[in-house]
Ligand binder design. Structure first.
Ligand code: NAG
Ligand code: NAG
Ligand code: NAG
Ligand code: NAG
Ligand code: NAG
Length: 472
């Protein structure tokens, strides 16, 4: 059933990408009750904090990588590093051919216009995608802050470029127009910040950069914008003690305006990833393929090559909606959340290819969201007999969902895992009214007879869901 046009794209090698990013928020929580848990600035104490429940229920978020790198819009959001530090020939040539010889990366700042940026439009589009949270890059490794940070000199969106507080505009639009949780990404280190480089030269015995820049900015972000996701990234090879991550997180969980609802990730210093913090991200595009006991997130990009916008991307560089639905289903069945990235242009538009993928995801979720939002992992993530069948469950409602990504040619779907109860099991196709006929296999498994539908009668494309009531 998948669009045949997509099969014309050659396979694209998966590139290892590094990325950065951040959080979101909600109305201010009530003060904690007397005797509420207090956290110590140690990993032992912080790691024991239960993750606020909304995050596991949300399942699907949108990541937004937007910054000065969107101006060259070439290669990757690591443009500055690849051009000047690595001197990768493609980047050097690009600059030589298109810019005067004395052009510096900082000169891209004034060209970051955001002239068509309309936060309400973005918010409406994110809502239409079916996402329940979003995470905006407030500062990537280039150091440019998307709000008027008091600690950034003029390297920020209020003094330079847009001359607007991008973070505030999005916060207001998201909170006023959508039910998404508002999240912010923040890169701890900055490639070329002289204070960071001096600290690094001292093997991180000096701590000028976290004390005068990174920590003040994190407090400023949390106090001004109340993010409900704080997505840290970019430890620069420094340990969490250099960043004082545990001191900051203890404040975030005990005192901050979002202490009851905020979630954080695991990128808080060298060695903390996949080990400490809130939920695990482990690596970019992490998708283990089996159920993990600790909450995790698969952050990935619709553009296979870059997190930031690339003007030189072709259609085959973007994942198809079939591939994205598969990512979502696999991720949720294994206990993860999917954080799917878009890269807006420097003028503040979201290109039609990203917009289409977002709206397609929303269309798919409008039929199948029951099998995604608020679900739990089942005893088995995928089927043991039929490939491309993934399970979720709502135990309180005695429901198991089997999401299948290929419509079987013979019109019968064999599920090897569920065991039917002869007089009480019921099977429905989401988006289709009547219960379906099934037969039981011994010792395990059922065969479901799917309805014969014409193309226009299908409840959706790209993947379908059977809701099984009362199976074991
Ligand atoms: C921004 O987008 C919203 C929602 O589409 C629209 O109502 C509003 O007029 C737009 N504002 C501007 C300045 O274009
Ligand atoms: C929401 O919109 C109202 C009316 O436009 C505005 O006064 C208010 O400041 C906005 N608040 C937030 C948090 O978005
Ligand atoms: C770390 O942060 C905590 C909480 O803000 C603060 O009390 C402590 O002095 C900080 N420690 C260092 C070494 O910066
Ligand atoms: C279930 O998923 C795992 C991990 O992706 C895979 O190795 C296995 O082949 C799948 N089972 C079937 C029957 O497709
Ligand atoms: C199902 O069958 C069992 C055993 O025959 C019986 O005890 C039970 O009442 C039946 N349940 C329903 C809903 O018919």
């Amino acid at each position: 059933m998948a669009g045949p046009a997509d099969t014309r794209c050659p396979g694209t090698a998966r590139l290892a990408l590094q990325l950065l990013l951040l959080p979101l928020l909600l109305p201010p929580p009530a003060r904690p009750a007397a005797g509420a848990q207090r956290y110590e600035p140690t990993w032992e104490s912080l790691d024991a904090r239960p993750l606020p429940a909304w995050f596991d229920q949300a399942k699907f978020g949108i990541f937004i990588h937007w910054g000065v790198y969107s101006v060259p819009g070439f290669g990757s959001e690591w443009f500055w590093w690849y051009w000047q530090e690595k001197q990768i020939p493609e980047y050097v040539k690009f600059m030589k051919h298109n810019y005067p010889p004395d052009f510096k990366y900082e000169d891209f700042g004034p060209q970051f216009t955001a002239q068509f940026f309309n936060a309400s439009q973005w918010a409406d589009l994110l809502q239409a995608s079916g996402a329940k949270y979003m995470v905006l890059t407030t500062k990537h490794h280039e150091g440019f802050t998307m709000w008027g940070s008091k600690y950034s000199w003029n390297w920020n969106a209020v003094d330079e470029g847009p001359k607007r507080d991008i973070v505030k505009e999005l916060e207001v639009a998201i909170r006023n127009r959508t039910d998404l949780h508002f999240g912010l990404y923040y890169s701890l280190f900055e490639w070329f910040n002289p204070l960071f480089l001096e600290d690094k030269f001292s093997s991180f015995h000096k701590r000028q950069f976290p004390v005068s820049k990174m920590l003040p900015e994190l407090y400023e972000l949390v106090n001004n914008y109340w993010p409900e996701v704080l997505w840290a990234d970019g430890d620069g090879g420094a340990p969490d003690s250099y960043w004082n991550s545990t001191g900051f997180l203890a404040w975030l969980y005990n005192e901050s305006p979002v202490r009851d609802t905020v979630v954080t990730n695991d990128r808080w210093g060298a060695g903390s990833i996949c080990k400490h913090g809130g939920y695990y991200t482990c690596s970019d595009r992490y998708n283990p393929g089996h159920i993990l006991p600790h909450k995790w997130e698969n952050c990935m990009t619709i553009d296979k090559v870059s997190w930031g916008y690339r003007r030189n991307a072709g259609i085959c560089d973007y994942f198809t909606i079939e591939e994205l639905v598969k990512q979502l289903v696999e991720t949720v069945s294994c206990g993860g959340n999917l954080l799917m990235n878009i890269g807006p242009t420097q003028d503040g538009t979201i290109s039609p290819i990203f917009e289409e993928r977002l709206r397609q995801m929303g269309a798919w979720l409008s039929v199948n969201g029951e099998a995604i939002y608020g679900t739990h992992t089942w005893r088995s993530a995928n089927d043991t007999v039929t490939p491309d069948v993934w399970y979720t469950t709502k135990p309180k409602e005695n429901l198991v969902y089997a999401i299948f990504l290929k419509w079987p040619t013979l019109g019968q779907l064999l599920l090897g895992q569920p065991k039917a109860i002869w007089n009480s099991t019921m099977v429905k196709l989401l988006g289709y009214g009547q219960p379906l006929k099934w037969t039981s296999l011994e010792p395990n498994g059922i065969v479901v007879k799917l309805p014969q539908l014409t193309i226009s009668q299908f409840p959706c494309k790209w993947g379908w869901t059977l809701a099984l009531t009362n199976v074991i």
